[in-house]
Design a binder for this molecule. Structure first.
Ligand SMILES: NC(=O)c1ccc[n+]([C@@H]2O[C@H](COP(=O)([O-])OP(=O)(O)OC[C@H]3O[C@@H](n4cnc5c(N)ncnc54)[C@H](OP(=O)(O)O)[C@@H]3O)[C@@H](O)[C@H]2O)c1
Length: 300
């Protein structure tokens, strides 16, 4: 798959390597949910886990060794936003590891479909996935930065109420509603992780450049929602972990207009392996944290 391309499967056919179709509605424009049944065999040895997140590991070493060995066997992995650049790569990477019984992906083009602006669709997706087994790894890879209607603001002169509201709806409220319907469905025992893709530019403490008001503020709101939900989750399920992750700068449609020369831009498959290495190392002490693709804590 080309860098930054999306991986959408029309009803009845698969254009994505390794994708298996569960079923489809013949003649329907509705696209199918991707559902893979994978073997339980893990491709590599089970490495010992680092007790806490926060230390950097050499990039390639970490990415190459990811085996998701910290997760219980026979679980279900879910990716929301699987049509996106990072989301699509995450689905392929999780499937390649072969740790989970099912790998389920949701986008606006699957059936059931999700729409961040439609809470019912998020609830149906969460229920669909939970019916397949214990939700052990749920990654929200949705997000919004620009489209033909709006882009990141360079100045307060460009602030627009409708655009701000839209960014919050997509980057904060939608993921919050995913959490509302996913977190109560996480198993009460054994490791489980809910991770949502935030962004370092959502860090208030790290904001030195300014600009990008609506994206920054909506990601900061997302971070607060994650932290708040993590506190509640920790009371209910001590081994469940809810975190915000910064994926690094990744070559996708979202970043394409803004990836400056000289930045360390990762191809989506590399970014996906980094993120999986991070979630594999998370322990319950990491619940409520904000980590980058190296596993380093990002300031709020
Ligand atoms: N790329 C980077 O450099 C970078 C850096 C920092 C943080 N991030 C974060 O990483 C996440 C993924 O970004 P990406 O680079 O993979 O972007 P992308 O390729 O544009 O993917 C964005 C995803 O969000 C989904 N989405 C947007 N609006 C939606 C809606 N109303 N309902 C349901 N889904 C919706 C899209 O779904 P469809 O497939 O249906 O369009 C797509 O799957 C985002 O949260 C982004 O902020 C990315």
């Amino acid at each position: 798959m080309a860098l930054g391309s999306t991986c959408r499967v029309p009803a009845g056919r698969s254009d994505c390597p390794g994708v298996g179709l569960q079923g489809f509605s013949s003649g329907s424009p509705v696209h199918v949910a991707f559902l893979w049944a994978s073997s339980e065999a893990s491709g590599g040895h089970r490495r010992s886990r680092a007790p806490v997140i926060g230390q950097s590991r050499p990039e390639d070493e970490t990415a190459d060794r990811v085996d998701l060995g910290s997760f219980p066997q026979a679980g279900v992995a879910v990716v929301f936003g699987a049509g996106g650049g990072i989301g699509g790569a995450l689905v392929e990477a999780v499937q390649a590891v072969g740790k989970f019984k099912h790998v389920v992906s949701f986008s606006r083009s699957t059936s059931p479909a999700i729409d961040l602006l439609d809470e019912g669709s998020l609830e149906r997706a969460a229920a669909f996935a939970a019916d397949l087994g214990g939700l052990r790894l749920v990654i929200d890879a949705t997000g919004f930065l620009h489209d033909d209607r709006q882009g990141p603001e360079k100045s307060w002169r460009q602030l627009d109420a409708a655009n701000l509201a839209r960014a919050f709806a997509l980057n904060a409220i939608g993921p919050a509603l995913i959490m509302k319907h996913v977190l109560p469905r996480l198993p009460r025992s054994g490791k489980s992780v809910f991770a949502t893709l935030s962004a370092r530019v959502g860090s208030i403490g790290d904001n030195r450049l300014g600009g990008w008001y609506s994206y920054r503020a909506s990601k900061a709101a997302l971070n607060q929602l994650v932290r708040t939900a993590a506190v509640e989750l920790g009371r209910r399920s001590p081994n469940a972990i809810c975190v915000a992750l910064h994926p690094g700068t990744v070559a996708t449609a979202l970043s394409a207009p803004f990836a400056a020369t000289g930045l360390d831009v990762h191809p989506p498959p590399v970014a996906a392996r980094h993120l999986l290495a991070v979630v594999d190392q998370l322990t319950s002490e990491a619940n409520g944290g904000f980590f980058d693709w190296r596993g380093q804590t990002v300031p709020w």
